[in-house]
Design a protein around this ligand. Structure first.
Ligand code: HEM
Ligand SMILES: [Cu+2]
Length: 558
């Protein structure tokens, strides 16, 4: 083949990567071997792996600190750690998990790896910017982790004022600088995805032929672009407030601490959808593949992604029902929060309808997907409890909230992440993992998760506040149950780390399409060639063209 055929068309613009000198047949993992070729790569697939390694390391830090928090809570009298250490532990856990794991997790790894492959492009629109985003991300994360090494932070991941501005004597400023820097990485990634999806689609890849994974990443990128600058400004003001007492948030200087909460949640509620939408994209790929059935209501699922991304900007006040906002504001935010249920329910309904009468294969990715749907529904429904003003009075800042957000964020993001990791692992590495171990781990995680977090709904309902490590002895049994569950969960997380890494060297070689799935990423070899497509990719006429078609128009035939 001549290189002429593959530089034709906007989708295949040559990004001028150093590796473009290489033969077009070399797979991306073996195209070059030097360390330099990894740390200066502009190949979206290699950058995805840099992110995968980083966020895995951060997940381990987050998980170890979670384990220590659960360890402390085994006894009611708070004797395991000092108050100060306990506060620092849950802060590191929250900061690392939210800012350095959950937010980048799926977009930075699978988004980076798959969006160009799925739309038939050779790379992202700005390959060098993509590499720069990873360096920005690492710089910020290491800044924040340095504050931990220096002595820790005790404000919680929310950095609420006036604790963070006036009262905390821990390393707040370097922690904030790190989180601020990481925000720029999100903005750059969002920008790259939006431009890529607009301009790099292969001929014939119309908007309504895009995989839902691409749609959800498009919606997520809009949130990255529109919401992240707000937290950036808020955090810079917070740093200035703490360093120079400029009087934006501190009443002693004429400021307003509640203003910080508005700015914080104006970003951080949409951030929940930065975490959850990409996971929904993953589930929307897995479910049709393992039901061998066309995704039910494709257009509704696509619109629901945009719908969620829009409504999410108007509900931030549900975090402040008891913090002195007007009754009118509270009622409005309550009603708007209920509106979020509509597009969420559309998604769940459509996945369920896709499974219905499909020819189900319960392989590891599908087990994660089904676990995801269950946990997400429970997380979402308890969100409606929290959005109800009278109930919120009772459970605000209790373990009910902790249980709710873990169902959404761990159930919704981590299970989707693991499902996606197993689904695309053969594509990414060219190797198959051990299916039996995969299924065992998926079960352990599902059971461990529920044993850990379900008791926390009860604890919260009974009145146990979050962020305390001294509690009345009658709460001890449920806390021990929760800590025991977290041990099962930890084992469930360790298994995949072992058998997946093992498969890289000893796993069976993966075919191009081990699951008989649809989508352009399955038309290239596993692992894909350095330049993705050897010949011009052909966009499918309809997305999710599986043998079993949903009977959306079936009435007239029956
Ligand atoms: C895997 C992803 C996880 C994420 C994203 C996550 C996220 C969070 C966040 C944001 C907080 C709030 C911290 C704060 O309020 O300052 C938190 C608290 C906590 N998490 Fe996690 N967590 C995860 C996993 C776990 C696991 C596996 C466990 C237990 C084994 C766990 C146990 C806890 C506990 C006990 C708290 C303290 C609640 C409190 O503030 O009193 N988390 N987590
Ligand atoms: Cu919210």
């Amino acid at each position: 083949m001549t290189s002429g055929t593959i530089t034709d068309g906007p989708a295949l613009r040559d990004p001028h990567t150093p590796d473009s000198r290489l033969g077009h047949g070399a797979d991306y993992l073996h195209a070059e071997h030097t360390l330099r070729s990894w740390f200066f790569t502009t190949d979206h697939k290699r950058i995805a792996l840099l992110y995968l390694a980083s966020i895995t390391a951060f997940f381990v830090i987050g998980a170890v600190t979670a384990g220590l928090v659960r360890l402390a809570l085994v006894v009611p009298d708070g004797q395991v750690f000092t108050n100060d250490t306990y506060n620092k532990l849950f802060t590191i856990h929250g900061v690392v998990m939210v800012w350095f794991f959950l937010i980048p997790s799926i977009p930075a790894t699978f988004g980076n790896f798959l969006i160009p492959l799925m739309i038939g492009a050779r790379d992202l629109a700005f390959p060098k910017l993509n590499l720069a985003s990873w360096y920005v991300f690492m710089t910020g994360a290491l800044f924040t982790l340095a504050s931990v090494v220096l002595g820790g932070v005790d404000t919680g991941w929310t950095f609420y004022t006036p604790l963070s501005t006036a009262f905390s004597n821990t390393w707040v400023v370097p922690a904030l600088i790190g989180v601020t820097i990481v925000g720029f990485s999100s903005i750059l990634t969002g920008l790259n995805f939006v431009v890529t999806i607009h301009t790099m689609r292969a001929p014939g890849m119309t908007w309504f032929r895009l995989p839902i994974f691409v749609w959800t990443h498009y919606a997520t990128s809009l949130i990255f672009l529109l919401a992240t600058p707000v937290i950036t400004v808020a955090l810079i003001l917070l740093i200035a407030e703490r360093a120079f007492h400029i009087g934006v948030f501190d009443p002693a200087y004429g400021g307003d601490p509640v203003l910080f909460q508005h700015l914080f949640w104006f970003y951080s509620h949409p951030a929940v959808y930065i975490m959850v939408l990409p996971g929904m994209g993953v589930i929307s790929e897995i479910v049709p593949a393992f039901a061998q059935k066309k995704l039910f209501g494709y257009k509704f699922v696509a619109y629901a992604a945009i719908g969620l991304a829009s409504v999410t900007f108007f509900v931030w006040g549900h975090h402040m029902f008891v913090n002195g906002q007007s009754d009118f504001a509270s009622v409005a935010f309550s009603v708007l929060s209920f509106a979020v249920a509509v597009p969420s329910a559309v998604k769940v309904y459509n996945w369920t309808a896709t499974i219905h009468k499909g020819s189900l294969k319960l392989d590891t990715p599908m087990l994660y997907a089904m676990g995801y749907i269950g946990l997400f529904v429970l997380g979402g429904l308890t969100g409606l409890y929290l959005a109800t003003l009278a109930i919120n009075q009772h459970v605000h800042a209790t373990y009910f909230v902790v249980a709710h957000f873990h169902y959404i964020m761990v159930g919704g993001t981590v299970l989707a992440f693991l499902g996606g990791l197993h689904f695309w692992w053969p594509k990414i590495t060219g190797r198959m993992y051990n299916e039996a171990w995969g299924r065992i781990s998926a079960f352990l995680i599902f059971i461990g998760f529920n044993v850990t977090f379900f008791p926390q709904f009860i604890l919260g309902y009974l009145g146990m506040p979050r962020r305390y490590h001294v509690y009345p002895p009658e709460f001890q049994f449920l806390n021990i149950l929760s800590s025991a569950g977290s041990t099962i969960l930890a084992v469930g997380y360790i298994f995949p780390m072992v058998y997946l890494v093992y498969s890289i060297w000893f796993g069976k070689r993966a075919p191009a399409n081990p699951w008989d799935a649809r989508g352009l990423e399955w038309t290239v070899a596993s692992p894909p060639p350095a330049h993705n497509f050897l010949t011009e990719p052909q966009a499918p006429k309809i997305p999710y063209d599986y043998p079993i078609q949903a009977r959306e128009t079936g009435r007239q035939h029956s």
